[in-house]
Design a protein around this ligand. Structure first.
Ligand SMILES: Cc1cc2nc3c(=O)[nH]c(=O)nc-3n(C[C@H](O)[C@H](O)[C@H](O)COP(=O)(O)OP(=O)(O)OC[C@H]3O[C@@H](n4cnc5c(N)ncnc54)[C@H](O)[C@@H]3O)c2cc1C
Length: 596
């Protein structure tokens, strides 16, 4: 069923030639010893594990799905998932970028990030089990008490226990201020939590010994809305002091959802019936603590989009070289065959190159953001840490929404390359399209990401974070503006930078008069910013490729062709998007709801 080969060459290009991670990491005391050889070895091993162990379970996991036993309230994952997870933890993969103080390997996030791309290409549904554990690890690491850290972190890091995030309730997803789950304080300092959560990924399963649920609920007398929400650690089994499993906590899976994709991941309705929980992050500070998890998860969802784009591209490419149909318009190319392989046709190439460009742009972008995160956490200079934190905050909604929207386009184009066979389950392509769809919805819908970008991250600080990123773009433009060979890339980058500045000011002015202008402009605005980011990275990649194109390595020729395709065929949608963003709110809001 298809293939997956980790794109090691392109990963190495991004990490070593574009981002120079080795010299960047040298500035971070925690990672100063990490060199290119170590990184390459890890990625090679990761490539083997994901291709050989996880990828073969992707299609079968989708067909089989998870099973819920109503009597025992247990969930069984698809055949092979549990065994693959045992191999994963035996190899120490969950510990890769975790804190050595609690048993982690302390490697940089930028390495973990590339590994997560592979995991998601090979099997997104499976990857969500350890992916959520990593989010729980980050949240407890940042907000847990010393006791909570000592108890939970080693188990999450070893992979013995997995994690979940329990936010959504039947009546509230986006608007968590409406949530109703209750937490009653007990004399022993614990809380009894009661409520119903829905859509909880990996909420119940058979892969780990215990499940650490991070649950949002309200304390008695809590303020209304999002200011009255607290966060609790609610383990499936109450842990004994030595970390072994104690009594079963009454947090049970009532049902699993029938859904469009990611069938191998259990999406659970979770009922809490006086379950014991421990407060984390302070009373009414739950959303603040949960944001650590949510930000990690948003970057993780971007990686899901990248993973699916890459694997869909790889398979469509193999198919396009093999499938023969019709002749090239400029005359036969495969004279030994009754028809030409479909890769000769211009539009088949457009579809393939769309996915290739979106995968390569996303890889550069995600790796850059992960490196900025490493610097935010570990750089000795506080000013650098602050700048990196600002950049990560600005770019996180773009990673989540731009990459997953593009993954939906890319997987759909790759399905189209297969013609009717793309629609048939046995080829595996329709699974990628179905799996890609959820990434635009959970962790805050892509609309919510665009509101976060334009409203919170840009307009609320008068564009300060955007200006910092813009200064980097400007520096590149100034340094390379007179290089004629680069003009085809630098000119559109510079033009888009100017347009984003003007567009932001225009929307900001309109928003003063009418806040609905933000909601009306946000979605096309985020895509424009996404293209600014991609133009910036593609221009840099083109510069490297031009310098090395005579090296004899055809990789650089392919890179240049991809960059040229990007600027010729994908970037131009910015003109339309800017018109949409400028068109104002009246065309959306003037019609009364009952006249629709
Ligand atoms: C497979 C799956 C797995 C999930 N996993 C988890 C999990 O592990 N943990 C968890 O807690 N949740 C999980 N979720 C829930 C998910 O995060 C929510 O579905 C999502 O946040 C949207 O909430 P909602 O479904 O209630 O939609 P709603 O909030 O009702 O939104 C409906 C529509 O209105 C739009 N909308 C809402 N408010 C605004 C606004 N202010 N401006 C513009 N548009 C707006 C939304 O963008 C959306 O298009 C999962 C969901 C699914 C389907």
């Amino acid at each position: 069923m298809g293939q997956y080969i980790a794109p090691l060459r392109d990963m190495q290009f991004v990490l070593h030639e574009l981002l120079n991670v080795e010299s960047e990491l040298k500035q971070l005391p925690a990672h100063a010893e990490v060199d290119a050889d170590i990184i390459n070895q890890i990625l090679e091993e990761g490539g083997k594990f994901t291709s050989e162990v996880l990828f073969p379970l992707n299609h079968s996991g989708d067909r089989e799905g998870c099973h819920h036993d109503k009597e025992t309230k247990t969930v069984t994952t698809p055949k092979g998932f549990k065994e693959a997870y045992e191999q994963y933890i035996a190899a120490g993969w969950p510990a890769l970028s975790c804190d050595p103080e609690f048993g982690g390997q302390g490697l940089p996030l930028v390495v973990n990030n590339s590994f997560y791309e592979m995991l998601n290409s090979a099997n997104q549904a499976w990857t969500m089990y350890p992916g959520l554990s990593h989010g729980a690890y980050e949240c407890i690491h940042e907000h847990g008490t010393e006791e909570q850290k000592a108890l939970y972190l080693p188990k999450l890091i070893s992979g013995e226990w997995t994690g979940t995030m329990c936010l959504t309730e039947p009546h509230c997803g986006t608007d968590l201020g409406l949530l109703r789950s209750k937490a009653e304080p007990q004399e022993d300092g614990t809380y009894k939590i009661t409520g119903a959560k829905i859509f909880i990924s990996a909420g119940e399963h058979d892969m780990s010994h215990n499940i650490v649920h991070l649950v949002l609920a309200r304390l008695p007398g809590a303020p209304e809305g999002s200011k009255g929400i607290s966060l609790f650690i609610v383990p499936k089994f109450l842990p004994n002091a030595d970390g072994s499993n104690g009594a079963r906590n009454p947090i049970f899976c009532g049902a699993i959802e029938e859904k469009m994709g990611i069938h191998g991941n259990s999406t659970c309705q979770m009922n809490l019936d006086g379950a014991t929980g421990w407060l984390i992050g302070g009373p009414h500070k739950g959303l603040n603590a949960m944001f650590v998890f949510m930000n990690a998860a948003r970057l993780g969802v971007g990686m899901q989009g990248l993973g699916l784009t890459e694997v869909a591209y790889q398979n469509a490419l193999v198919y396009a070289k093999d499938r023969i149909q019709m002749r090239s318009l400029s005359g036969p190319k495969a004279l030994d065959k009754p028809a030409d392989p479909i890769i000769v046709h211009a539009d088949v190439r457009r579809m393939l190159l769309t996915a290739k460009a979106y995968a390569e742009g996303a890889r550069a972008f995600c790796s850059y953001v992960a490196l900025q995160l490493d610097k935010e956490l570990n750089h000795p200079d506080e000013a650098v840490r602050k700048d990196c934190a600002d950049e990560v905050a600005l770019l996180t909604p773009v990673v989540k929404a731009f990459i997953t929207d593009n993954a939906w386009t890319s997987t759909s184009e790759c399905l189209q390359v297969y013609g009717g066979h793309g629609f048939i389950a046995e080829w595996g392509m329709e699974q990628y399209v179905r799996d890609a769809r959820i990434n635009m919805i959970y962790e805050g819908t892509n609309t919510v990401q665009s509101l976060d970008l334009l409203g919170r991250k840009i307009l609320m600080d008068n564009g300060a974070k955007l200006r910092k990123f813009g200064a980097k773009v400007q520096a590149f433009v100034e340094a390379n503006g007179t290089n004629e060979a680069l003009a085809e890339f630098v000119t559109p980058l510079a033009e888009l930078g100017d347009k984003v500045t003007k567009l932001t000011m225009e929307i900001g002015m309109k928003a003063f008069q009418n806040p609905d202008e933000v909601g009306a402009a946000a979605v096309p605005y985020l895509r424009v910013v996404g293209h600014l980011v991609y133009s910036y990275f593609f221009a840099q990649m083109a510069k490297i490729a031009l310098e090395k194109q005579d090296s004899g390595d055809t990789f650089y020729k392919a890179k240049l062709a991809t960059v040229r395709f990007y600027f010729a065929r994908l970037y131009p949608e910015t003109a339309m998007l800017i018109r949409q963003a400028r068109s104002g709110s009246a065309n959306l809001l003037s019609l009364e709801a009952d006249l629709f």
